[in-house]
Design a protein around this ligand. Sequence first.
Ligand code: TRP
Length: 454
Amino acid sequence: MLTRGAWSSKAGFILAGAGSAVGLGNIWRFPYMTGDNGGAVFVLLFLICCFLIGYPVMIAELTLGRSTEKNPVGMFNKLSRGGRLWKVAGGLCVLSGFTVFSWYSVILGWVAGYLAKTVSGTFTAQLTNAEIDNVFSTFVSNVPVVVFLHALMISVTALVVSGGVEKGIERLSKWLMPILFILLILLAVRSVTLDGAIAGLTFYLYPDFSKVSGSMILQAMGQALFSLSLGMGTMITYGSYLSRKENIPASAAWITGFDILVSILAGFVILPAVAAMNQSYAQGPELIFQVLPSIFSSMPFGYFFGVGFFLLLIIAALTSAVSILEVPVSYFVDERRWSRRRSVSIVALGAFLIGTPAALSYGGVDFLTQIPGLTMGFFSLISTIFGDISLSIGAFFISIFIGWIWGVKNGLGEIESQGNAFGLRKLWSFLIRFVAPITILIVFVYSVWSSFLI
Ligand code: TRP
């Protein structure tokens, strides 16, 4: 007999949801996207997208999951009574979970590598920018090391997931989030008090509206979805473990609020330091790996802060990785009746194989670093298709489904079951039926166009 797990308490659920949302998306991706996209204007657009699209879609996912107690495929199947299109939507969720997991664990491997470097004292001396740059490029182009770390992080995540919902996920999230949060505050204080940090603060906080571009709006939207763990059914799966007693809009508000707060804090850690070190904001995925070592080497007890930071970042990212892997795994467990252990092993092995070329695409193997005929490497290709694009389609399907197919009436019925009040019911209905799907459609058309045609 298959038994579904359940969250042991309300706080347990919110912490696990925040554990899923808070991860590399906040601390690694948000600062470099802000740096790439001109600073404060991007932050503003990101915030607007979180409120207008992210929050309503999170409520939608949790509601759909709780009402059916199923994974995304089972949910679409049950509520659409076997509709063809919705089989595709569910399949896309599972596919996104699988592929995002495969590249997410590559970055997790980088973080693990930097933890090892910090522990061994690489960053205690004052290194020049060129030396720090060199540490990064030597590290990411070392094939055996990056492949090993990628495999290691997949295995650790797989072990947590095969332990089941409560035991595995909840325990990790409960006590580590607050520590990470305090550490980020301390690092932000160090960063904003560095000589020359003011320029970075201006870049981060003072919006220059002349910089707004179509592409920026669309990337802000993609980042909001990614950071809040939306568009592939993570929150559907999490909602399926949620008790009817719980108030969905309230839980979703806590998770969204905490996630945004961590992203904003991470910006205060990274961007002022970029200015203080005279570096470029627009370095892309390697940004935090260039900036953090200088912060640690310039602060008292920097060694301990460095080790503590990378350790907590790995754990925060692991709780997110766990929630990504949970999507394909719960599909095989529920729909295919595979054992949990078998599902985890097969998905993890597949993700290792798909993720390896991504791990090798930062100098490890030339034709993966720069795919012939494209302007990007394999990593950027897979993280654009199975990150921004597939999440946008997923979130579009989800908002259309709850807004127009299953219907907001059913949705509100589920949200308000057991007497839970929902003050924003009208606003939510409007956002989920019109604002969310229309905006997402624009994101989708744009990201396909910009990645492949320009
Ligand atoms: N939100 C997580 C982060 O910021 C990553 C993540 C977990 C995710 N589950 C997801 C992203 C589902 C998209 C969809 O690191």
